[in-house]
Design a protein around this ligand. Structure first.
Ligand code: PGA
Length: 251
């Protein structure tokens, strides 16, 4: 089976000033410099991206954005383009986080546009999928996720299909302290990999990385990472403290 390097990603959401961001990444840089066999990523707010990237030069920590618009430039007040993220040196961009879908009108179609434009600009998208509590209770989790993935990755080509990272984040587990049990998460991850197998075949399904997100903490990450189809974590709250994030990366 293809080797999938675990990706531990911090989604800082709308937290931290530039000064606080730099303090956090300097602590991480120092403590995580020897980590091997893990890919480490931080996703600060836009205002801190440049300073964070500058302070992480020559380090093993990559930088990503939490969103972007799908046009390159123009009259789109308040938006940030892929060219701007590329200019800063972003390696990744989170696309379609459930908070974007819930509060800012993100749809599967806009997710798909953003995915393509991210790749065109050499930025790897992390596409978020996941069901709400109501959908889970109505037994719709699988169909919701299938639709989000099928539309989200539609039209990607060649190695983009396997380079993309999928993050399964059950909406009911985000920021609530309610983690999906490792078995609940594994069930969905296995489903996503099977879906990928049906869509793109064996090699792609074995290469694609699928992260889990939703109340991942230092004390539950090892059980989560033991699941065969979980390849990393997208971490919100616990990524804001250096000590916690260091523990998460070194699970
Ligand atoms: P949380 O957030 O770890 O605070 O639950 C995860 C996310 O929304 O990416």
């Amino acid at each position: 089976m293809a080797k999938r390097v675990p990706l531990i990603a911090g989604n800082w959401k709308m937290n931290k000033t530039v000064k606080e961001s730099v303090e956090l990444v300097l602590a991480l840089k120092q403590k995580l410099s020897d980590v091997k066999e893990r890919e480490i990523l931080v996703c600060p707010p836009y205002t801190s991206l440049y300073a964070v990237k500058e302070n992480l030069k020559n380090s093993n920590i990559k930088v990503g954005a939490q969103n972007m618009y799908f046009e390159k430039s123009g009259a789109f007040t308040g938006e940030i383009s892929p060219l701007m993220l590329k200019d800063i040196g972003c390696d990744y961009v989170i696309i379609g986080h459930s908070e974007r879908r819930q509060y800012f009108g993100e749809t599967d179609d806009s997710v798909n546009k953003k995915m393509k434009v991210a790749f065109e600009n050499g930025i790897t998208p992390i596409v978020c999928v996941g069901e709400t509590l109501q959908q889970r209770e109505k037994n719709e989790a699988f169909s919701v996720i299938e639709k989000q993935i099928k539309i989200g990755v539609a039209g990607l080509s060649g190695d983009q299909i396997t380079k993309v990272v999928i993050a399964y984040e059950p909406v009911w587990a985000i920021g609530t302290g309610k983690t999906a049990s490792p078995q609940q998460a594994e069930e969905i991850h296995a489903f996503i990999r099977k879906l990928y197998f049906e869509m793109y075949g064996k090699d792609s399904s074995e290469a694609i990385r699928i992260l889990y997100g939703g109340s991942v903490k230092p004390d539950n990450i090892s059980e989560i990472m033991k699941q065969p189809n979980i390849d990393g974590g997208l971490i919100g709250g616990a990524a804001l403290k250096a000590d916690d994030f260091i523990k998460l990366v070194s699970y």
